[in-house]
Design a binder for this molecule. Sequence first.
Ligand SMILES: [Zn+2]
Length: 199
Amino acid sequence: MQFNVAQLLKEPTGATRRYELNEATANLDEELKFLGPLVGNVQLLRTNSGVLVTGVLSTVVQATCNRCLEPIAVPVRFEVEESFRPLTEVFTGRYLRPDEFEGSEADLEDAALLINEQHILDLSEVVRQLVWTALPMYPGCNWAGSGQCPNLARRLAEIGELEDVELYSDADVRHDEAAIDPRWAALLKFRSDEDSALS
Ligand SMILES: [Zn+2]
């Protein structure tokens, strides 16, 4: 995900480059398991002080269903909009002073947004952070739509068939509040959650 922007930096403000990406993602983040390449389009725009990268990218990441704990494929799509600043001046090789950069202070301090001495703009770190941000907080395999996790529902149904296990419903719970030890309350709640997954 590296772009040589030496030529672009020599061009006037407003000059652009467009790229269609189809990038391997194997080494992007050791904690993320990608199930496909990173695809999409990005535009590099020469600005007064550097290069503005915009675009829309998507990929597929493996996650774990929050309910059945099965691995699931989560499609991830996100927008990129980041200003990169060159470390050196492209014609002379002179290191640019931070005060020559026209951008937010946060951009200035972010090492991920530096174009290095070889005029390589590396989008990897920005993309890595955006993938994490785009992942759902509670991934679930609700293929049939909103609501139940189909894996969990099917598994509970199979257990019921194979072992002839009776699955208790809310109706079987004794609603004798005083008799329920508070330590079991969480478990009872879990059981009724499972029952609702079957319905
Ligand atoms: Zn699931």
